[in-house]
Design a binder for this molecule. Sequence first.
Ligand SMILES: Cc1cc2nc3c(=O)[nH]c(=O)nc-3n(C[C@H](O)[C@H](O)[C@H](O)COP(=O)(O)OP(=O)(O)OC[C@H]3O[C@@H](n4cnc5c(N)ncnc54)[C@H](O)[C@@H]3O)c2cc1C
Length: 355
Amino acid sequence: MAVTDYDYLIVGQGLAGTSLALHLLEMGKKVLVVGDASMPSSSKVAAGIFNPLTGKKLVKTWLADDLFPYADQFYKDLEAKFSCKLVYSMPIFRPFRSIEEQNTYLAQTADPAISQYIAADGRTDLSHYVESRFGGLEVIRAGWVDLPVFLEKGRDYLTEADSYIEKSFDMDDLSVGPECISWHDLSFGKVVFCQGFFGVNNHFFSWLPFTPVKGQILEVATEEVLPEYIVNQGIFMLPASRKVMRVGATYSWDPLNWEPTIQATEELNEKLQALLRIPYQITSAAAGVRPSVKDRRPLLGIHPDHANVCIFNGLGTKGVTLAPFFARQLAEHLENGKDLNPFVNIQRYFSLYFR
Ligand SMILES: Cc1cc2nc3c(=O)[nH]c(=O)nc-3n(C[C@H](O)[C@H](O)[C@H](O)COP(=O)(O)OP(=O)(O)OC[C@H]3O[C@@H](n4cnc5c(N)ncnc54)[C@H](O)[C@@H]3O)c2cc1C
């Protein structure tokens, strides 16, 4: 094998790129992450919520029993490494919309796969705070990760380890040979593209079935101190500090850009008015594009024609819990040849490439 300056070039410093770089460094690899902090990023906008039971139907998150413990340990280890707080454990209160919904949800909680994620006493009363005349369910082992801090501290850590360069990556500067990758005057064993939504324009991987979804969230100020619960019913309300909450999110497709809109603010405000019982004021709005995929599974693996060109993308709506687990899986695949989960391996879409 050719001797190179670095083992890996990682393009993009969002959740995917940062998590992968940290795992590869832990394995003793030489890594260089190219990031451009002035560019938009889904991770910068995301609320960072991890929630084991999602959707109207209270469905257990795919691979929750594997993803959640791994992510929990990953972020806690990083808190020690970065000397900062990243993870906020917080139950999620889901007000019932009706007696029917109450009955359906309570019947579901008989299933041990679900009940392990629900508070046993279930007597939470937040009726002074949110509309919840039929009561509600309290989802546990949930919470949120402070992603802006994760990204900033991650960047500092990588910089300190000589593993970060602040630059906009231009594909014209990259040369892919059979033995090594060259970028500017540096050589690498492999390149891994972790570009989120920008991945749709990457000619190596643009054949993959990305289905990006725009989302907007609001920052909302209140005069009352907020209870330490994330509330979820159609929207989420996340207490980010004592009197500031983040409220989201919308799902829209046209246009797919990074600009907040008045329509999305109005949509969220309407839902907030119906749910929240204390006075509030919207202070700002932000929008991002989720790197989602047709089958809602991440995109990991090696290019069909270039053994040294790889991808880590497709984290969709659940990057916080997917990124750590699958960063580890990809690192072990690339370094030790361990199998990727076939549901995330891009091999499942190779027929699109060869078509
Ligand atoms: C409104 C909203 C709310 C969300 N809420 C949640 C939530 O509560 N919980 C959750 O788990 N997930 C949430 N998500 C989803 C989450 O944001 C994504 O799953 C995750 O952040 C994707 O990470 P990524 O690293 O793949 O992409 P990104 O975070 O977009 O990172 C890609 C990075 O690559 C960089 N890049 C691309 N091209 C170049 C280039 N040429 N040069 C240099 N850098 C480049 C980009 O600038 C960016 O920094 C939310 C998303 C949105 C939009």
